[in-house]
Design a binder for this molecule. Structure first.
Ligand code: 5GP
Length: 171
């Protein structure tokens, strides 16, 4: 398969991430937040976003998987990697590539809330609100996009295309 068209260019993505970084800086400058990236799709967004946060902060990662393969969700989420930090009483920002049905992030959020953070907010690069099945909304959104399957900038199709510097739609 090949890319049919580019939905978001590298420049558009990076420019929006600078704005998100500024908004997060305004809220978290004095709070030493823990950024928790959801593996693996959020890797590029996580690194570019945190580089736009010029204040004390910590990193952690959590793994969650809902897709069996290809473009279909199984509707069932499982934890594939636990966080390493003690987040109790801390300000936590979950960093994820895309909010689609919301089942993955609802699961991740509920899991982290059990650890009693001082606050827990959600920052996603992409939001596909048309597909929502779980009761969840992001606090910070990069782009709201239509209901199309996108790849690139961390997002895969059968594990390929993650290394594209832009976000595109497959043929
Ligand atoms: P949700 O649980 O919200 O339905 O889905 C979250 C996960 O599904 C994302 O982390 C991502 O891995 C995958 N996903 C959802 N929509 C897309 C898409 O348009 N493209 C790709 N590549 N993955 C998607």
């Amino acid at each position: 398969m090949e890319i049919d068209r580019i939905l978001l260019t590298q420049e558009q993505i990076q420019s929006r991430i600078r704005e998100l970084g500024a908004a997060l800086s305004a809220e978290y400058a004095e709070k030493t937040p823990i950024f928790i990236g959801v593996l693996r799709g959020a890797v590029h967004f996580f690194t570019d976003l945190t580089l736009q946060f010029p204040h004390p902060c910590q990193y952690d990662f959590i793994g969650a998987a809902s897709y069996l393969d290809g473009t279909q969700t199984s509707g069932h989420v499982k934890l594939t990697k636990e966080v390493m930090s003690d987040i109790r009483g801390r300000h936590v920002i979950i960093v994820e590539d895309i909010l689609d049905t919301g089942l993955t992030l609802r699961f991740v959020k509920d899991h982290l809330l059990l650890m009693q953070p001082a606050s827990l907010k959600l920052c996603v690069l992409l939001d596909k609100p048309e597909r929502r099945r779980a009761d969840i909304a992001a606090d910070y959104v990069g782009f709201t996009i239509p209901n199309e399957f996108v790849v690139g900038y961390g997002l895969d199709y059968n594990e390929l295309y993650r290394n594209l510097p832009y976000i595109g739609i497959l043929k």
